[in-house]
Design a binder for this molecule. Structure first.
Ligand code: AVJ
Length: 305
């Protein structure tokens, strides 16, 4: 974590309503809980994206052409990169993630699995710009951003991020990105409020992570999980709701929460395909091809300058 995270967190806690950035979900336990989310019956994005990647593997490989370096953003367990690297056989793989211990382990496994692959782990916060080590070759790069992670950013920030990705590649490069599409509200809300309570545990875990980072005294059990679709902004919102009046203290500050008061922990935007294609063009990726499932729930796009 960069040293600025302390004030980043306390500023958010002092806002009205309070907020915590979703990037703080991903400590070791948070990353494990997220992996568990991707296997939930209600959480369709991962399995729909995986099915798309498999069903259109040959067509995608053809469209991608030669790829020298795959750069995966928010790489996490590197499971998706594994399948992609087996298919496109790059010389070099760079995994970028904020949860760097988890990433190092995943990159080690990847290296063992694909002998000869120059696989690297780069710890970094994408919201602070994307700087890669200078010795990563620039030719024929593919930026890989699966899982609809771009949905965490509101449209202006998502556009910023797409521009950063464009700056990572030359005219011979490209972007392979997954986006979650708008759909029936009941389907969306179940995916973020599962029956087994894994998403609730994932949401609450951010408080324990924050306790470690700033020395606060949040008690997970005092906070309820709230997840709903905000139709107007086309986004799932996740919040933590105080079950009673709660005073939270940390070195140098404190905050009182009334019963029912919320901390906003995540937005997950659902971009219509046409809206997202327009954003890609604005970011300098003028040629895009999309693959979608028959229900139209999820899309994988290959975008080129
Ligand atoms: C990792 C941002 C794609 O928004 O679906 C899953 C995170 N939050 N369940 C998503 C998440 C709650 C996930 N992304």
């Amino acid at each position: 974590m960069p040293p600025t995270c302390h004030s980043d967190i306390t500023d958010g806690l002092n806002q009205r309503p309070a907020r915590i950035s979703p990037k703080y979900f991903y400590d070791q336990r948070g990353s494990q809980l997220f992996d568990a989310i991707t296997r939930l019956p209600e959480y369709y994005p991962t399995r729909t994206e995986n099915a798309l990647m498999q069903a259109h593997a040959a067509d995608m490989a053809h469209q991608l052409g030669t790829v020298r370096t795959v750069i995966e953003l928010g790489a996490g367990s590197c499971e998706k990169a594994r399948a992609l690297c087996h298919r496109v056989r790059p010389a070099c793989f760079v995994g970028v993630d904020i949860s760097v211990d988890y990433l190092h382990e995943a990159v080690r496994r990847l290296r063992a699995d694909i002998p000869g692959l120059d696989a690297r782990a780069v710890g970094g916060d994408m919201t602070q710009g994307l700087a890669l080590p200078a010795d990563i070759p620039r030719a024929q790069r593919l930026v890989f951003y699966p899982g609809s992670s771009i949905g965490n950013f509101d449209p202006p920030h998502a556009l910023d991020l797409l521009r950063h990705m464009r700056a990572l590649v030359d005219s011979d490069g490209g972007l392979l990105i997954g986006i979650d599409l708008p759909k029936d509200v009941a389907v969306l809300e179940a995916a973020y409020d599962d029956a087994a309570g894994v998403t609730a545990a994932f949401n609450r875990n951010v408080l324990t992570h924050i306790n470690h980072l700033i020395g606060s005294d949040f008690v997970e059990e005092q906070w309820g999980h709230r997840a709903f679709f905000n139709q107007e902004d086309s986004r799932i919102e996740m919040h933590l709701e105080a079950s009673a009046p709660i005073r939270v203290r940390w070195p140098g500050g404190e905050r009182h929460f009334a019963a029912g008061e919320r901390i906003h922990t995540e937005n997950s935007y659902k971009y219509p395909l046409a809206v997202f294609t327009t954003m890609l063009a604005q970011a300098g990726f003028s040629r895009a091809q999309a693959w979608t499932d028959e229900r139209g729930w999820f899309a994988v796009l290959h975008a080129r300058p």
